[in-house]
Design a protein around this ligand. Structure first.
Ligand code: PMP
Length: 417
């Protein structure tokens, strides 16, 4: 489906009414009130074309991919592999061999931690992450350090929620083998300086992994320009179904890495005398892949492209400015994460009111926000809080919804006064 854009209104090219109509869930009422969905950071809603893509696969083309000689298997395989090409183009990867389907960001990072870890980590080596990482980009590295006797080091975060790059330069060393950093913080919204970090990492001949779970949906990702060695993301945050994700990796590195999981589809020949492995990318896709999800992910990316990545970024930045200004006028509201470069994610606390209470009351007003530590416990600890309210916006949200959040927060304050 292709959208026809309205001419720029307030310099923004999104036809918001058309976009919202594409997401059927958004027109629902919750407790008799209009749903205001401000939790896209946890998972994004799905446009009708993605829902239709799943139905289409199961209605017409369902058959296990690869190895099949029959019509349906070819149809299914064709859609799976075309989706890989769509993703390759979307990320500006060099080749389809660099695009591995996984079940999501967590699976992608675990794949790298196991396979690259087996390939390059020895006792005493160092792995560096940051203080703002999601647990998915901490725990797999901790486990690797335990297996190999390696050391985990941490880049600290400044008070405004940016990475302290000077501190990074002082902790990276000749023993550093892997650096893994979020493209965008899920809690603070900070967009990290990926190019600058890549340069530092590569000066030390270390590998650079980027957790793109919160990055890929908010602006153009060009893995070649970023010069990252790996980029992981989840389909469900990019308007695609759950259970499908991607690991991008540079071909020359993936070639050297040992397989992660063993099973069907990842082999060339199996015998009890020894097994040979499939070429990339199948070497890393053991077992029956989520081919239905993969097809739908391709359709989600087609949809995003039809709206326009630049338009999305521009629209969301405008919304971020509006929401930040508006929420900042609430007495006693503190925003955590005020980096210069941010996506439209605003985390905050109301003075003296528990984040959970704020979230519960907003929910009764039809407003879905997320509360808690957002799987970033070291970060909430860094800010001396046990949790936070997060409103994560995307291009289907509106300024009217920001106003509703503002009114809702005034009600929360009133109830606790
Ligand atoms: N990293 C970041 C920055 C995230 O926001 C998330 C999801 N909240 C993940 C990793 C994990 O993603 P998934 O649960 O889809 O594997």
């Amino acid at each position: 489906m292709r959208l026809v854009f309205a001419t720029k209104i307030n310099n923004v090219s999104i036809d918001i009414n058309k976009v919202r109509a594409d997401f059927p869930i958004l027109s629902q009422k919750i407790y008799g009130k209009d749903l205001i969905y401000l939790d896209s950071g946890a998972t994004a809603q799905k446009p009708q074309c993605v829902i239709d893509a799943e139905t289409e696969m199961y209605t017409h083309w369902n058959s296990n991919i690869h190895r099949g000689v029959h019509f349906l298997s070819n149809q299914s395989t064709d859609r799976y592999e075309k989706s890989r090409t769509i993703i390759k183009d979307f990320l500006n990867a060099k080749s389809e061999k660099e695009v591995i389907f996984t079940s999501g960001t967590t699976a992608s990072i675990n794949l790298v931690a196991h396979s690259l870890g087996d390939f390059c980590i020895e006792k005493g080596d160092e792995i560096i992450v940051t203080e703002m990482e999601h647990h998915s980009n901490i725990v797999p590295w901790q486990l690797l350090c335990q297996r190999k006797g390696a050391v985990l080091k941490v880049i600290p975060v400044t008070d405004c929620g940016e990475l302290n790059i000077d501190a990074f330069k002082s902790i990276i060393s000749e023993r550093t083998k892997i650096v893994s950093v979020a493209h965008v913080s899920n809690t603070l919204g900070t967009i990290n300086p990926i190019n600058e970090i890549a340069q530092i990492v590569h000066n030390y001949n270390a590998y650079f992994v980027v957790d793109g779970a919160q990055g890929v949906q908010h602006g153009k990702v060009d893995v070649q320009a970023m010069d990252c060695d790996f980029y992981a993301f989840s389909g469900h945050k990019l308007y695609a179904p759950t259970g499908i994700g991607v690991l991008y990796g540079k071909e020359e590195i993936l070639e050297q890495m040992p397989p992660y999981m063993g099973g069907g589809d990842m082999i060339k020949e199996v015998s009890f005398n020894g097994t040979t492995f499939a070429e990339l990318p199948l070497k890393f896709e053991a077992g029956t892949s989520n081919y239905v999800g993969a097809y739908a992910l391709g359709e989600a990316i087609n949809y995003v492209n039809s709206v326009g990545v630049d338009n999305i970024e521009e629209y969301e930045q405008d919304l971020l400015k509006y929401a930040t200004n508006k929420l900042s006028t609430i007495d006693g509201l503190k925003i955590y994460g005020t980096a210069k470069n941010k996506v439209c994610t605003i985390s905050f606390l109301l003075d003296g009111i528990h984040h959970y209470d704020t979230g519960m009351i907003l929910d009764k007003l039809g407003i879905a926000v997320r509360t808690g530590h957002h799987c970033t416990q070291p970060l909430t600890e860094r800010f001396n809080i046990d949790g936070i309210v997060r409103a994560s916006f995307t291009f289907y949200n509106t300024k009217a919804e920001v106003d509703a959040l503002y009114d809702g927060l005034l009600k929360v304050k009133q109830m606790f006064s």
